[in-house]
Design a protein around this ligand. Sequence first.
Ligand code: KG4
Ligand code: ZN
Length: 341
Amino acid sequence: MSTIILGIESSCDDTSAAVIRDEVMLSNVMSSQDVHEKYGGVIPELASRAHQQNILPVVDRALKLAGVTLNEIDAIAFTRGPGLLGSLLVGTSFAKGLSIAINKPLVDVNHLQGHILSHFIKVPDKENRHPSFPYLSLLVSGGHTQIVKVNSHLSFDIIGETLDDAVGEAFDKCAKIMGLGYPGGPVVDKLAKEGNADAFKFSKPRIGGLDYSFSGVKTSLLYFLRDKIKDNPDFVNENVNDLCASFQKTLIDILLDKLILATKQTGIKEITIAGGVSANSGLRERITKEGINRGWNTFLPEFRFTTDNAAMIAITGYYKFKSGYTCSLDVVPISRILDYA
Ligand code: KG4
Ligand code: ZN
């Protein structure tokens, strides 16, 4: 008997719903919110309101595209956290209401676990390689940066993480400082392609072990530009490609240094990346190159599974549900999750 899961994701500014049958994705519908662009960042209250408007049509469309009726669903998986509380509340309340209405069980999902397991989503008519356990996941999103040892679909050890900013935040702040808009990552990525990555040097953190820090490198960019702009107000405009390329290279170096150390410490050569920043072309290129040189078995997620999507929530819900897990209607969203449940 096959198992059908409806996944709902609403942790930040994208409303998404997906349907999977066993590990195969039948649909994955997204509705992005552009109301935040003019503010240079996500405004939580506007995000919650947009989720409320989007969620019903998005779920409806995901079911229609999958050719699945509500009756055929075995469980409803939803993002419990981490994320913006108001946004999470919309998805959680919707999932609970639907669970009561159609009398199907609920499965709460950790958003980060979803990113990590996005490598297991099977897409019809594709090769569908996936990592074997144990593997290392370099989780790089807007709010988190971690190296996670993945022991099974349901067992995770965080072996390194950022002590301050996330790498996605560093990309976003870099773009903000240079007036390039929000979200910054994709813009910096694009401009960096035409730039010289060795044009400028930014200081790297000296943190022991597998932990990261990204707040210093951001400050180093800020002071560097402040100095340069004093002499030449057009400095950013004239050097935007080189600045993006050099700053991006610094971030990638920081990420890779610790990942390489983690592979040495654990002896694990099965390597994945996940989260919004895993869409970065410089990072993808570099990790592929390191992988070839170092004999890693490297897995890059498909672009549509790098940023927030409900297919990753559905697949995680699937593994939890198959293990016998469901949650009660009392479950509440949480904005910060320290551990993987
Ligand atoms: O995983 P995600 O969609 O949301 C969170 O869970 O945080 O990640 C969003 C982050 C943002 O910081 C965005 O700037 C970054 O991912 N991002 C990128 C790229 N695409 C998205 N960063 C660098 N290069 C990209 N191409
Ligand atoms: Zn995310």
